[in-house]
Ligand binder design. Structure first.
Ligand SMILES: NC(=O)c1ccc[n+]([C@@H]2O[C@H](COP(=O)([O-])OP(=O)(O)OC[C@H]3O[C@@H](n4cnc5c(N)ncnc54)[C@H](O)[C@@H]3O)[C@@H](O)[C@H]2O)c1
Length: 439
């Protein structure tokens, strides 16, 4: 199948791009193509989200208050509720969730639903690119099978490729400047996908197969998960040895080669680091290869919220108190600084653990007024409390779990009776203070 007509439409900017899934990944991608001069139709199964976007609202907060308005102002983006309109599109980019099942296995139901929708709606010769993070073999395997089941022939009347998204919510970086990996399921799909992304991205990196691109994305995130686990595990050891883990990391990071800084913390959160190792481990297991290092890293990171609470117990014991019956105030519910995302947030597990051990726990987060409905929290712990002198003074222990820039740390250092800091946020202000404990 020749890709020349497709490439010509990309080159003269008459190609229309569909983005399926208008979330943290799909929206910046839609903007990148709209800015490149292509028309973008944005599809989502969430009708309310589409309606908000059509009014210039409803983008995730970390993208900025004006994101949706500016996207509409390009004049090239249109939210589309009717999947029939896929018939207008030359290419479709799939940015739907890839969560885990309750048994911690890959849940591809959204990806497969999107593939079935595309198989019905995309015209002959169109390109479909999976962007959702997934195990190596997904694009050529179940994604392609959904097309075949609908009578489409990958490589003959539809082209399938994989290109991983490399978003990092809260990081002020334009996606167009991040090199874009592209892997095809055949030479033509690689060619078409490379041409498409080259229209919007500064650098496209073609690789030999969809599987390489799928695996590279998992390597990037598993690399982070394992290294975060390493510094978390060593943090616990250094605390026991009476050495300041943060200072150790600072010292090691002065080496100009052979060391990359990773920061110990309360555990991992968000859509990627806690989830993606399970995708890789599942695929490797199915191929008969267990991944003990990856499994161990997952366990170490998952144990960190309980360790933070252990440190709160220790801190209270220094004042002759117990956690049972104590009032605990957790600073930050989001999984990392300056975003409003609570998916897999370690703060949720810190709160649950505090409650399990008999503390009366509350949280304060300027970006998260309300805990997500799915969180297993005491009713009184579901709403963010204002961070003021009274809230701080009435807490027996304050746990810093997320280091939002919006927190008034001077206020915390003045009024908190006891601080357990999982982010080194108050180190400069409180180091040496008997009220101050690292976690
Ligand atoms: N968030 C990140 O930082 C990040 C970074 C890199 C990769 N990823 C990966 O990108 C993918 C998307 O993540 P996200 O954070 O943007 O998710 P998200 O939850 O923010 O957005 C996904 C959107 O897809 C929509 N959707 C679900 N099924 C659909 C379907 N069949 N058709 C159309 N729309 C559908 C949902 O309504 C939602 O609006 C996941 O695989 C994730 O692992 C995420």
């Amino acid at each position: 199948m020749t890709t020349a007509p497709f490439e010509a439409r990309v080159a003269d900017r008459s190609a229309v791009v569909a983005v399926l899934g208008l979330g943290a990944v799909g929206l910046p991608l839609a903007r990148a193509f709209a800015q490149a001069g292509l028309r973008v139709l944005g599809f989502d199964t969430d009708r309310e989200k589409l309606a908000r976007l059509a009014h210039g609202r409803g983008a995730p907060a970390h993208l900025g208050a004006d994101f949706a308005r500016e996207l509409l102002a390009t004049g090239r983006f249109e939210p589309a509720a009717d999947f029939e309109r896929l018939g207008e599109c030359d290419a479709a980019l799939v940015c739907v969730p890839t969560p885990l099942t309750p048994g911690q296995e890959p849940d591809l139901s959204d990806v497969l639903a999107a593939a079935r929708t595309l198989a019905r709606g995309l015209p002959r010769g169109a390109l479909a690119v999976l962007e959702s993070t997934t195990w190596p073999g997904t694009t050529r395997g179940p994604f392609a099978a959904a097309f075949r089941d609908a009578g489409r022939v990958p490589g003959a009347d539809v082209l399938l490729a994989f290109s991983p998204e490399r978003e990092d919510p809260g990081r002020a970086i334009d996606v167009r400047t991040v090199p874009k990996l592209v892997g095809g399921t055949c030479q033509e799909s690689l060619r078409a996908a490379t041409a498409l992304y080259a229209a919007a991205f500064e650098r496209v990196v073609p690789v030999s197969s969809a599987e390489v691109a799928e695996a590279a994305k998992l390597l990037e995130n598993v690399y982070r998960a394992v290294n975060i686990a390493l510094v978390n595990e060593l943090k616990v050891a250094f605390h026991a040895l009476g050495v300041d883990p943060g200072e150790v990391v600072d010292a090691a990071a002065t080496k100009p080669f052979g060391f990359q800084r990773f920061t110990p913390g309360p555990g991992t959160g968000g859509h990627c680091i806690p989830i993606d190792p399970h995708y890789l481990a599942w695929a490797a297991r199915a191929a008969g290869v267990p991944l003990p290092l990856v499994a161990s890293a997952t366990r170490v990171n998952a144990a960190m919220p309980a360790y933070v609470v252990d440190r709160a117990e220790l801190a209270l014991a220094s004042q002759g108190r117990t956690l049972r019956g104590a009032r605990a105030l957790v600073l930050g519910l989001a999984y990392k600084a300056d975003v409003d995302i609570t998916a897999e947030s370690p703060a949720l597990r810190v709160l649950a653990e505090l409650a399990e051990r008999g503390a009366r726990a509350a949280f304060s987060d300027p970006h998260v007024p309300q805990a997500p409905a799915s969180a297993l929290l005491q009713p009184e712990a579901r709403t963010s409390v204002a961070l003021d002198a009274q809230a701080l003074e009435s807490a027996d222990v304050v746990l810093v779990v997320t280091d939002h820039a919006a927190f008034d740390l001077d206020l915390v250092s003045r009024h908190a009776r006891l601080v357990v800091d999982a982010r080194r946020a108050l180190e400069g202000r409180m180091r040496g203070d008997p009220r101050y404990f690292q976690a």
